[in-house]
Design a protein around this ligand. Structure first.
Ligand SMILES: [Mg+2]
Length: 462
């Protein structure tokens, strides 16, 4: 897995060094010598990651990071802050402006590459989700939201898997004190795994050595293997200087690591940053799902729209070819619907359309597909039916609408509604969905001309 890294540093030797290291691992490297240039290149080059020096003469790294994270074109690019001070205060400040990690000069190659691989993986996952989200946004179905807009302290609990009981109680105490999120303290690897399944934590804090001889790395890998915890955040706690374990943990799927002993504020800042990311990925996932749903569902009636029906027709025709069978297409139109809208208002019109959809769905089979084509025009595709069966179904629908009045909202009384239906029967030789629909439309026209509230068939040449 390769990718493009933007290296930002005001000192030429530092830029050369990082470029050489990253190029040797086949990353494509772009360099910037100051903050202003970094912002330009981040936008124009769209790197997969940015390694950002903290101390620079024009704009410092924190400011650059917070600008990157506030702009839609660059907010999604992971940022590693590169620092020579490396204090907890500096790390916390970086996390607060949206940085993903910190590396201190001189670089430890193991830590550098493990982190770069980890962030590249994460970015690819997000890129895919964002791509689908963008389609929904282009369709006007969702609005742009960034990770920084997420509220971290809502949702599921944090599960703590410490090295010993005393350490666990310490973590528990300061997290309860500083975060508005419930915590679960566990006392063994097995207990932690069981609770992970039951409580569905959003975040795990896992020590590399667990109680009763448990293995933190094995636990991380088990969490990543399970569907219910695959998306959770995992922060691995490693002994001071144990970069080997940290790197292994990141490769196994830990989201972040922290070296013990640590400043409690740093753990809190890391948890907040991971929770924000978790919320963002959850939000993207649900927005994609809703977006897809909204792209094919008519919001008023909850049934499929024309776009979906067109896709579905291809499957119905395929099925007919497979079994060399017949199928029917119905076009249904509410008679004088405009009168209801004009006389009782659009609320009443909408209520009638919803009730009509409900009755329509009650009077067809599970395999039939109903769609709203727009206005008061509806479509039904019925696989495996001949003219007799289609006629019976159409007549049943017509009767179900005429048979009982429609109750209008706001005490406006009731309306008597009727429908006109046109039916076209097609066989395995029919390959043009639009042509079949046009035949049903012609039959519908005939029903309207013939006085409405009736069923007509397209007169088949055969
Ligand atoms: Mg510098």
């Amino acid at each position: 897995m390769s990718g493009r890294v933007l290296v930002v540093d005001d000192v030429p030797t530092n830029r050369l060094l990082l470029r050489a290291k990253l190029s040797s691992a086949y990353y494509d490297v772009v360099v910037a010598e100051n903050g202003t240039r970094a912002l330009e290149l981040a936008r124009s080059e769209q790197p997969d990651m940015i390694m950002l020096d903290v101390m620079m003469p024009d704009i410092d790294g924190f400011t650059v990071c917070s600008i990157l994270k506030s702009q839609e074109e660059t907010a999604h690019i992971p940022v590693i802050m590169v620092t020579s001070l490396d204090t907890p205060e500096e790390r916390i400040r970086g996390l607060e402006v949206g940085a993903d990690d910190f590396l201190s000069k001189p670089f430890n190659d193991l830590a550098l590459f493990a982190r770069v691989r980890n962030l590249m993986r994460m970015k690819m996952m997000f890129d895919e989700l964002r791509l689908r989200d963008m389609t929904s946004r282009e369709l006007g179905l969702t609005d742009y939201i960034s990770e920084q807009d997420m509220e971290p302290e809502v949702g599921g609990p944090i599960l703590l898997a410490p090295r010993c009981q005393r350490e666990g109680e310490e973590w528990d105490a300061f997290l309860r004190d500083r975060l508005n999120v419930p915590t679960i303290l566990t006392s063994s690897e097995r207990e932690a795994l069981n609770l992970a399944r039951l409580e569905l934590p959003d975040c795990f804090v896992v020590h590399q050595h667990l109680m009763e001889g448990g293995d933190g790395l094995r636990f991380v890998s088990a969490l990543r293997a399970r569907p219910e915890t695959r998306q959770s955040a995992i922060i691995l706690v490693v002994e001071n200087g144990d970069i080997q374990t940290a790197a292994k943990g990141l490769d196994l799927g830990a989201s972040d690591y922290i070296e013990a002993p640590f400043d409690p504020s740093e753990l809190v800042a890391r948890i907040r940053s991971q929770l924000r990311r978790k919320r963002y990925s959850d939000w993207l996932r649900s927005s994609v799902r809703n977006g897809l749903k909204m792209a094919v569902i008519d919001p008023l009636t909850g049934i499929y729209n024309r776009r979906y029906a067109a896709q579905h027709m291809n499957r119905v025709m395929e099925r007919a070819r497979e079994i060399d069978g017949l199928f029917a297409v119905m076009m249904i139109d509410l008679d004088k619907f405009k009168v209801i809208n004009d006389r009782y208002g659009h609320d009443a019109g909408d209520a009638v359309l919803r009730e009509f959809s409900r009755r329509l769905q009650e009077n067809i089979r599970g395999v039939d597909l109903v769609a709203r084509f727009g206005g008061e025009e509806f479509f039904v595709a019925m696989p495996d039916v001949d003219q007799l069966a289609a006629a019976a179904a159409a007549e049943r629908i017509r009767g179900a609408i005429e048979g009982a009045p429609f109750i209008l909202p706001h005490g406006a009384g009731e309306a008597h509604v009727t429908v006109s239906i046109g039916v076209a029967i097609a066989d395995s030789s029919d390959e043009d969905a639009e042509a079949i629909i046009r035949r049903a439309d012609l039959a519908l026209f005939e029903s309207k001309e013939g006085g409405r509230n009736r069923v007509s068939f397209f007169a088949q040449a055969a």
